[in-house]
Design a protein around this ligand. Structure first.
Ligand code: GLV
Ligand code: MN
Ligand code: MN
Length: 419
């Protein structure tokens, strides 16, 4: 292809896919119709660029430009995800995929020599919005998540991951650590929409990531006594939703006491959830983040202790279940310095959001780029990208890939645990 397409042009092609009229924004849940349409779009765009497509055991789609002699080893890999949170923005995920495709166009148009293979990868279930496990595809691939436990995962409608995978044409019996897929990756660079205001404040379109804050999800289950809204006197209630209201406020207060901590309740589910019913149980999901994993865990135990006390005042009990935890990540410093040499204007920013790149960083040299988001808002329909910034991001990614693909020296292999 001699004329590179544009990031905004590619994203315009899928702008209607997965729009959520009720919540606003997009709900693109993994292996839903919207997600399958986006996966097909990616395969079509990869094929248009004569990239060779394969789907790995964990459902990631790979689009390859093989290296000399058709080799797929020691590849430079870029990519991201297309699934979204409920009512999410247009760019969290798809920007990285569209930018990767445009970066391939730039490399083709410039006739860059590819001394190593190049691949674009699309990871499934990055948000965990359907099955509750963030970065499920990359975690299965690296072995960070147990495939047997994965088969127990169900969405809110009770559909199992196995059923959803079959719908996506993936054999659920083959999930698990994929050494063959991992051994092909020499370096991974993910481009992502920025999810904060760093680039706005610094007046730059593109940044390089330094680190990702540690991130976990816990479920507090508050149990009381289900009963009738009209027939139960106010003094005779054990209402877990009243206790849950106190829990939500104390989560915020406890996090405020810990410098650098973030804690959020974004989802609450009363059971059974009738308007004229005192709930019998309420599930409260608590997202906790901190750079220091010990501090994050100690904050969770503070929250649990206080939640138990608050619930006891309402005659209720609380249990705590850890749903997922990903420790803080420092990206490979050698690879990061190499990106900084290619993009000397780009500031170095930390990420408050989780990414598949954070999972891969445990096993392969990994880096990230961020493209400016003029609202600084993400996980919301307000997330934005300006066209010029999107193209700058793709061009920066192309420059980084060109450097990694053509230098004599292999990218650093200093990260431990690489297969
Ligand atoms: C993913 O975007 C997360 O940080 O929750
Ligand atoms: Mn996200
Ligand atoms: Mn993302």
């Amino acid at each position: 292809m001699s004329h590179p397409s544009t990031v905004s042009g590619l994203l315009t092609d899928v702008r209607q896919v997965g729009r959520d009229a009720r919540r606003g924004g997009y709900s693109r849940f993994t292996y839903s119709d919207a997600d399958l349409e986006l996966r097909e779009w990616f395969v079509a765009e990869a094929s248009r660029r004569s990239l060779d497509v394969d789907v790995d055991r964990n459902g990631a789609i790979w689009a390859w430009r093989p290296g000399p002699g058709g080799s797929l080893e020691d590849a430079v890999v870029t990519g991201s995800h297309v699934d979204s949170v409920p009512g999410g923005g247009e760019f969290d995920g798809p920007l990285g995929i569209a930018s990767a495709l445009v970066a391939v166009d730039h490399l083709d148009a410039s006739g860059a020599r590819l001394d190593r293979p190049l691949a674009v990868v699309l990871f499934p279930e990055e948000e965990g919005a359907r099955f509750g496990q963030a970065c499920l595809g990359s975690q299965l691939m690296t072995g960070a998540f147990d495939p047997v436990a994965a088969l127990d995962l169900r969405d809110v409608d009770g559909v199992s991951l196995a059923e959803a995978l079959r719908r996506g044409g993936i054999d659920p019996t083959r999930l698990g650590r994929d050494d063959q897929a991992l051994s092909r990756i020499g370096a991974f660079v993910e481009l992502h929409v920025e999810q904060g205001r760093g680039l706005i404040d610094l007046g730059q379109p593109v940044a390089i990531a330094s680190s990702i804050i540690g991130h976990g999800l816990w479920r507090l289950t508050v149990s009381g006594e289900g009963n009738h809204a009209g027939a139960t006197a106010m003094d005779h209630r054990r209402d877990p939703l009243v206790a849950a209201a106190a829990v939500i406020a104390l989560v915020r207060d406890a996090a405020r006491e810990v410098p650098g901590a973030r804690a959020t309740v974004g989802r609450v589910q009363p059971i059974p959830g009738g308007t004229n019913v005192i709930a019998s149980r309420v599930d409260v999901w608590v997202d906790v983040r901190h750079d220091d994993d010990q501090v994050a865990r100690s904050l969770v135990s503070t929250i649990f202790d206080r939640a138990r006390r608050a619930a006891a005042l309402e005659g209720c009990d609380v249990t705590l279940t850890e749903q997922s935890y990903g420790g803080s990540v420092d990206f490979d410093p050698t690879l990061r310095d190499r990106l900084a040499a290619v993009l000397p204007e780009a500031p170095i920013l930390r990420s408050g959001a989780g990414h598949d790149a954070g999972v891969l960083a445990d096993v392969v040299p990994t880096a990230m780029l961020f493209t400016r988001n003029p609202t600084g808002i993400s996980h919301s329909p307000e997330e934005q990208i300006e066209e010029a910034d999107a193209e700058s991001g793709a061009a920066a990614l192309a420059d980084v890939l060109r450097d990694l693909l053509t230098l004599d020296e292999a990218p650093p292999a200093s990260t431990p645990g690489r297969p």
